[in-house]
Design a protein around this ligand. Structure first.
Ligand code: ATP
Ligand code: MN
Length: 249
């Protein structure tokens, strides 16, 4: 291919990188997304499937027809900054990082989620497989079909919510605590995807069971799950019983 042709081809690729134009993507993020596309053989990114408090998630389609979920953290929100300070405080794995600005903090946040995902994945917890992290962008396997995300537990019709599902979630918590040695810290019907099985997501704030506030966060996680299933008419186990069963309080 001639140099000129290559340039034209490249320009076409860049313009096609996004199927849906997203004005919230700043130039730095755009460059990173181009770089990630090259590394992971991504053909294009689709429109955001969510814009939460801390991040936006986009499906990305590879040339092989696979999908990734690309989580892009907002680079400056006081909410994330506060959350980071709260959750990384006292976490030994992050003690040595003295972040001086929000941008750095957000990258640490993304790296923390990646690290937690890796630990959980290797411990056999059902989480999306972590693929890469670069600055404030995290890439993981996509849970869903053809770029259409699978529903959250929160979004399931009542008749599909079962006692088995409840038990499955409890055994995932058990695995997280006793094998991965992590407490989720923000577990609820909003951070569980139901597909071929249940998947735990959003683990940026997860902390070591050794942390001072781990017992408190674990109790809250279990209470959230109990409250949800109870509201659907499913008989749940007593929170204290569950904690005893997990052998950590
Ligand atoms: P929110 O504030 O809305 O909870 P968040 O910043 O906490 O957003 P996540 O909970 O990690 O971010 O992801 C936001 C949404 O993106 C999820 O509710 C889910 O619908 C979707 N999502 C996240 N990860 C994946 C994935 N691996 N596969 C498919 N969908 C995903
Ligand atoms: Mn979430």
């Amino acid at each position: 291919m001639s140099e000129k042709k290559k340039k034209i081809e490249k320009r076409r690729k860049d313009a096609d990188l996004f199927k849906v134009v997203d004005s919230t993507i700043d130039p730095r993020t755009y460059l990173l997304l181009q770089d990630i596309a090259r590394k992971l053989r991504i053909d294009y990114y689709l429109g955001a499937i969510s814009s939460g408090k801390e991040a936006k998630v986009y499906p990305a389609k590879t040339y092989d027809g696979n999908f990734y979920a690309v989580k892009i953290y907002y680079v400056s929100t006081s909410a994330s900054k506060k959350a980071i300070q709260k959750y990384t405080f006292g976490d030994k794995r992050f003690e040595n990082i003295k972040a001086s600005n929000t941008k750095k903090l957000i990258s640490i946040w993304a790296r923390k989620e990646f690290k937690n995902l890796s630990i959980l994945y290797e411990s056999g917890v059902n989480v999306p497989k972590p693929i890469l992290v670069q600055e404030h962008i995290l890439v993981m396997n996509f849970i869903g079909e053809n770029g259409v995300r699978a529903p959250l537990l929160k979004e399931l019709p009542d008749e599909e919510i079962t006692k088995d599902m409840y038990e499955e979630i409890l055994s995932q918590i058990d695995l997280m605590v006793n094998k991965a040695k992590l407490v989720h810290g923000d577990l609820s019907e909003y951070n569980i995807i139901v597909y071929d099985k249940i998947y735990i997501i959003d683990v940026s704030q997860s902390i070591s069971i050794e942390s001072e506030n781990a017992p408190e966060l674990l109790r809250r996680d279990i209470e959230n799950i109990n409250r949800f299933f109870e509201s659907k008419g499913i008989e749940v186990n007593d929170t204290e019983e569950i904690l005893k069963r997990f052998n950590i309080i």
